[in-house]
Write a protein that binds this ligand. Structure first.
Ligand code: AMP
Length: 457
């Protein structure tokens, strides 16, 4: 069954408890997003659900709000762990997504006596044990770390009533299928299962067929469609000119925040370092960084102490950053679908944003793949550099601009293997000094983030 009627009721008409409605009110949301309006009634009715929802559509609240409502009869103020079995399990592919979902659960459940926590890898497993042993109703987890806890007998999954697979497509892409099968085997057969995915590939359909019972399908956007509130610009830029083009794109737009995507960890680290040297405070987030380093970079970005966060696709997956004004594809992704995920970081929940791609000749084919996927053709543009009114045509390197002298091409640092800096405690990241920015980026930072990051452990 497919339900795509998109009437927009008020939250108050969604049969949610006044305590949950109060938490929604606290966030400042006025009306449910389309995915929320469509999914919430079905989840409240106990149906299994297969929801196709792009990043930034409000999908987290779409499953968390009705989940809280369904668990409310079990809410208990008792201190006994036995009164707090895990009743809802939310699986997320990455630590960052797990953290963000965990924060949403805390936000929406703040007036109800339901306990929750988040467990993910890359952090001390022993520190997570006492929280689990005290008992909690809602567990957000990455698959690998969940299984570690199962093996250590730190938790039981035999009373789970609701399972949520968030970003299921990415979970399969990241090779979590064997872990998922092991986890599914530990859960009661009689349960409600909700599957959220940005795309419905054949393997997602198979997963749904095997593990969902007569699900309702809801979808709020076309498969593989890009967010329509995002302005997409393609600049043809020679490989050698890309870095200068990036600086121009950031400076010309005067943005306070930009997420820059690269294909490899090495180039993420390299671009962040070059931007930083060029006066644009930046940090990188990628798989080689420790969890503490990733948290520190994300917090600094959210707090506005860095302007540019340079990320690889996997590291950026699930980052929830409100009203991000600009995403730059420094290199096009290997898979066209990742382009959709990348630009989903901007223009979230109805806000407008811009996605700029810097494309060199060797990437023409990848650009073609993206155009095929999106069923549109991009105009190939060139960048005018204001200092010289000179065009970036992609042919030949640019002359250095007096205001921002070009860096030497070689930098010994880039030849060194990656070395993590000293980890900082996750609960109290060291404050980063904001670098002085060019005139266009020195306006006071607006409160760009609706939610404050809260310690989950
Ligand atoms: P998600 O797709 O769950 O990552 O949510 C994307 C962003 O939309 C998050 O920053 C949410 O805080 C925000 N959001 C969720 N629901 C609503 C709503 N009903 N109205 C406005 N913003 C919302």
């Amino acid at each position: 069954m497919t339900d795509s009627t998109a009437d927009t009721p008020l939250f108050s008409s969604l049969a949610l408890d006044p305590l949950i409605l109060r938490a929604i009110e606290d966030t400042g949301y006025t009306t449910p997003t389309p995915i929320q309006a469509q999914a919430i009634p079905h989840v409240l009715a106990g149906r299994d659900l297969m929801a196709m929802a792009q990043t930034g559509t409000g999908k987290t609240a779409a499953f968390t709000l009705p989940l809280l409502q369904r668990l409310l009869p079990h809410a208990s103020t008792s201190a006994s762990p036995a009164r707090h079995p895990i009743r809802a399990l939310i699986l997320a592919p990455t630590r960052e997504l797990a953290m963000q979902v965990g924060e949403s659960v805390v936000t929406y459940s703040k007036h109800v006596p339901l306990r929750s926590t988040v467990v993910y890898g890359g952090t001390d497993i022993k520190a997570q044990k006492p929280v689990l042993m005290k008992g909690l109703e809602i567990l957000v987890a990455t698959p690998g770390r969940l299984l570690d806890h199962v093996e250590s007998r730190n938790l039981m999954l035999n009373q789970v009533q609701i399972l949520i697979l968030d970003e299921a497509d990415r979970m399969l892409d990241m090779g979590f299928m064997p872990d998922l099968l092991r986890i599914l085997a530990l859960l009661p057969k009689d349960r409600q299962t909700l599957l959220f995915s940005a795309t419905f590939s054949d393997s997602i359909k198979k997963l749904a067929q095997d593990f969902l019972r007569n699900p309702v399908t809801v979808e709020t956007a076309r498969v593989n469609s890009a967010n329509e509130t995002v302005k997409q610009t393609v600049y043809m830029v020679g490989g050698d000119d890309k870095f200068h083009a990036l600086v121009e794109v950031i400076r010309a737009r005067g943005v306070k925040q930009v997420l820059v995507f690269t294909r490899t960890k090495l180039s993420a680290a390299r671009i962040a370092r070059m931007l930083d040297k060029d006066g644009i405070a930046a940090d990188a987030i990628h798989g080689d960084k420790t969890q503490q380093e990733r948290i520190k970079a994300l917090e600094a970005f959210k707090a506005g102490s860095i302007v540019a966060l340079v990320a690889t696709d996997v590291a950026a997956r699930g980052l929830d950053i409100d009203h991000l004004p600009l995403v730059v594809n420094y290199e096009l992704p290997m898979h066209a679908e990742d382009y959709v995920h990348r630009i989903g970081r901007t223009g979230r929940a109805g806000a407008s944003g811009e996605a700029v791609s810097l494309v060199d000749e060797e990437e023409e084919r990848k650009l073609g793949d993206i155009e095929k996927l999106l069923k549109r053709t991009f105009q190939r543009e060139t960048i005018v550099k204001p200092a010289h009114k000179r065009l970036y045509t992609g042919h030949g390197p640019l002359k250095p601009a007096p205001a921002h002298p070009r860096k030497p091409k070689t930098d010994d640092w880039f030849n060194k293997p990656y070395e993590p800096t000293n980890p900082v405690p996750t609960t109290a990241p060291a404050p980063l000094a904001a670098k002085s920015l060019p005139a266009t980026t020195t306006k006071p930072m607006a409160a760009l983030f609706r939610r404050k990051s809260e310690p989950t452990e």
